[in-house]
Design a protein around this ligand. Structure first.
Ligand SMILES: CC(C)(COP(=O)(O)OP(=O)(O)OC[C@H]1O[C@@H](n2cnc3c(N)ncnc32)[C@H](O)[C@@H]1OP(=O)(O)O)[C@@H](O)C(=O)NCCC(=O)NCCSC(=O)C[C@](C)(O)C(=O)O
Ligand SMILES: [Mg+2]
Length: 376
């Protein structure tokens, strides 16, 4: 067992010191691209500033005979692109039991480690997988002379991974967040679905049989589709909140069904996730819209804060009781709104917040504490 005192010491001589807090930069949309797909890769530089995260995917969805081309392609894109302050560069490496992952990690850290913010590790089974990556990254960072640690994001896509979710979330100060991996998870759990995320018409509850009707069981009755992913997302959100890291929905494979995609993303947002993945350009605006609080929610939260005065006691607002606890929910909403507005002028306008500095350049910047520098 590691002593808490050791937790924030580098795991290799010369490696950068681990962070004591995960940077809360906006990550509403993690946009996946295949660096071995020339047409897709060519679009990446123009996407900087339009998405919070660009993720060069090396794992599933990249053909086996394109794995090396994807790695080389990602290195080339990272070297040639200025990602600015508002877009991060992430990657998803191949799984830890694959023949590619060692070269993925050694190449990426040594060639573009200074540009990579987060490495997503698929099919994480338990804290031991994170410990392995943690030490290896420290060695590679030291060798490459990096001054800032690369963070790690784990995908929950096995039953064992879900069973170990709290231990995974707390396995290292490098842990940035967790995403749901619904397709692999469904297969591993032997769920009888064939989709990538989203609902299923067979997973439902049915209204009770109507009273006083002949053959009531076969009478028409409403059915309500249920969310297959509620349990996993809720566990993931709690594990992340407990360890001060961030939870994300993951992929929604039915690209054409933008309506159901938005519903699924919103469920995750309401449950506590901070973002999701986009697999296709059509999902980008959906994710950004859903994972940014609405102007109405922000306005309501401000009214509650104002009505609550010193923040204690109970008041009535629009016929509803507000107290210390509803105030805290409103503060969560406002902190998120401030943080997003600090790097998104359209949201700043929507929420009508003003930069605190007189030259108009104020704002907290993505990395700093929520809401710093902004006034309402
Ligand atoms: C779905 C696909 C095949 C449809 O690709 P398409 O070319 O057939 O679509 P399209 O509608 O015809 O594309 C329109 C335009 O958008 C471009 N385009 C299309 N997609 C992108 C993109 N992502 N980024 C940038 N550009 C993109 C595309 O190149 C085209 O450009 P054009 O107008 O110039 O011809 C394609 O979008 C794609 O490959 N997306 C990424 C898929 C991916 O990364 N999958 C892995 C993550 S999900 C996963 O792994 C599961 C998980 C977690 O592991 C688990 O649950 O277990
Ligand atoms: Mg997967």
């Amino acid at each position: 067992m590691r002593s808490p005192k050791d937790f924030f010491a580098p795991l290799a001589v010369g490696a950068p010191a681990p962070l004591t807090q995960v940077p809360s930069r906006p990550s509403r949309v993690i946009h996946f691209f295949d660096p071995s797909n020339a047409k897709m890769a060519a679009k990446v530089p123009a996407m900087v500033g339009t998405v919070d995260v660009l993720l060069g995917n090396l794992e599933d969805a990249v053909k086996a005979d394109k794995k090396e081309a994807a790695r080389v392609g990602l290195v080339a894109i990272a070297k040639a692109t200025d990602f600015g302050d508002s877009t991060q560069l992430w990657t998803r490496v191949n799984s830890l039991d694959s023949p590619w992952v060692l070269d993925d990690l050694t190449t990426l850290v040594s060639e573009i480690g200074d540009k990579l913010d987060v490495i997503m590790v698929p099919k994480v089974q338990g804290p031991e997988d994170i410990h392995y990556v943690d030490r290896l990254l420290a060695q590679l960072e030291a060798k490459a002379g990096l001054t800032r640690p690369i963070l790690v994001h784990a995908i929950l896509e096995t039953a064992r991974g879900v069973a170990n979710v709290e231990a995974i979330a707390g396995a290292s100060p490098r842990m940035q967040g967790l995403s749901l991996g619904p397709a692999d998870l469904a297969a591993d759990r032997r769920m009888k679905t064939t989709r990538v995320g989203g609902g299923h018409p067979g997973y439902l509850v049915r209204q009770d049989p109507p009273a006083g009707v002949e053959d009531a069981v076969n009478a028409p009755r409403a059915t309500y589709q249920q969310d297959l992913w509620h349990y996993t997302i809720a566990r993931m959100v709690d594990a992340c909140a407990m360890h001060g890291i961030f939870a994300y929905y993951g992929p929604f494979g039915d690209i054409a069904d933008v309506v159901a995609c938005e519903d699924q993303f919103r469920n995750a947002f309401l449950l506590g996730c901070v973002g999701t993945w986009s697999l296709h350009p059509v999902q980008i605006e959906i994710a950004k819209r859903v994972f940014s609080p609405s102007a109405e929610d922000v306005a309501h939260a401000r009214r509650v804060v104002e009505a609550m005065g010193d923040g204690t006691g109970a008041v009535m607002l629009d016929g509803k009781m507000e107290d210390d606890a509803s105030l805290k929910q409103c503060q969560v909403m406002l902190e998120l709104a401030d943080r997003l507005a600090a790097s998104d002028p359209a949201l700043a306008e929507l929420y009508a917040v003003q930069p605190a500095s007189s030259d108009g350049s104020g704002g907290s910047g993505g990395d700093e504490g929520a809401g710093a520098g902004w006034v309402r």
